[in-house]
Design a protein around this ligand. Structure first.
Ligand code: C5P
Length: 224
C-alpha cells in the first residue's frame, strides 16, 4: 500500500491530536503534533524573556531552539523535547495556551517551523496535525481533513484533559482561551487557520474518538 501524507487541521481542541495519534498507530505511520512545536517555542521565549516584538531577538532565539520528539510508552505518544529536556507536561499548561497564538503568528517563527515540518514529511507515511498543514506545509497531501466541533464541547473536553493532569481551570476561562486562539489563528497574515479547498470536513461534536478515527481511516482507504 502506498504511503501517504495525512494533514489534520482545525480549531483548537477538536480532538485533532488524539485522532492523529490513533490513525498513525493503526497505519504504522509517524505522527507529528505541530501545536507542540509552537508551544515549545513559546516556552523557550517565556523562559528566556525573549522580547518577541524585536524580530532580531526572535531570529537569534530560533537558532537556539532545537525541538525533537521522543516516544513515551506510558502515553503511547511522543513527548516534546526542547534542547534535550522533556517539556511535554509544561507546554500543555494554561499559561502557554494563553501565549502561544501570539508567538505562532510571528512569520519568522512559522517559516522555521514549517521548514522543519516539511523535512519530517519527506518520506511520507506521516500524520501531521495543526492549522496550516493542508494549506501551507503539505498543500499536495493525499488526504486533508478539517476538524470542527461545537465550542462548548471543545472547552469541556479540554477542561477534562487539564484536570487529568492536575490543573483545574474554570470552563469560562477555557472557552475564552479557545476562542481567542482561534481568532488570532484565523486572522494572522502567515499560514492562517482555514480549511483547504480540497479538505474533507469532520465535525467531531457528536462523534466518539473511535468514530473519528474510523472516519479518517475510511478516507485513507479511499485515496490509497
Ligand atoms: O494544537 P494546539 O492547540 O496545541 O496548538 C497550539 C497553538 O499553536 C495554536 O493555538 C496555534 O496558535 C499554534 N499552531 C499553529 N500552527 C500549527 C499548529 C499550531 O499556529 N500548525
Amino acid at each position: 500500500m502506498k504511503k501517504i501524507i495525512i494533514a489534520l487541521d482545525g480549531f483548537s481542541s477538536c480532538g485533532k491530536s488524539s485522532t492523529a495519534k490513533k490513525v498513525a498507530a493503526a497505519l504504522s505511520y509517524a505522527f507529528i503534533d505541530t501545536g507542540a512545536m509552537y508551544r515549545t517555542v513559546a516556552l523557550y521565549f517565556v523562559r528566556n524573556n525573549v522580547n518577541y516584538s524585536d524580530i532580531e531577538k526572535v531570529k537569534k532565539a530560533l537558532k537556539e531552539i532545537h525541538i525533537t520528539f521522543q516516544f513515551n510508552p506510558s502515553t503511547m505518544a511522543s513527548d516534546a523535547i526542547l534542547n534535550g529536556e522533556n517539556v511535554e507536561a509544561e507546554i500543555r499548561k494554561m499559561y502557554i495556551s494563553e501565549l502561544v497564538s501570539s508567538i505562532s503568528s510571528i512569520p519568522e517563527v512559522r517559516y522555521e517551523m514549517v521548514a522543519q515540518q516539511q523535512k519530517m514529511g519527506l518520506d511520507k507515511g506521516i500524520v501531521m496535525d495543526g492549522r496550516d498543514i493542508g494549506t501551507v506545509v503539505f498543500p499536495n497531501a493525499e488526504l486533508k481533513i478539517f476538524m470542527t466541533a461545537d465550542p462548548l464541547i471543545r472547552a469541556q473536553r479540554r477542561q477534562l484533559e487539564l484536570a487529568q493532569k492536575g490543573e483545574n481551570v474554570p470552563i469560562e476561562a477555557i472557552l475564552d482561551n479557545l476562542q481567542k486562539r482561534d481568532q488570532i489563528d484565523m486572522t494572522r497574515s502567515e499560514g492562517p487557520l482555514k480549511k483547504a479547498d480540497d479538505a474533507i470536513e469532520l465535525d467531531t461534536s457528536q462523534r466518539t474518538l473511535e468514530g473519528q478515527v474510523e472516519f479518517v481511516l475510511e478516507q485513507v482507504r479511499r485515496v490509497q
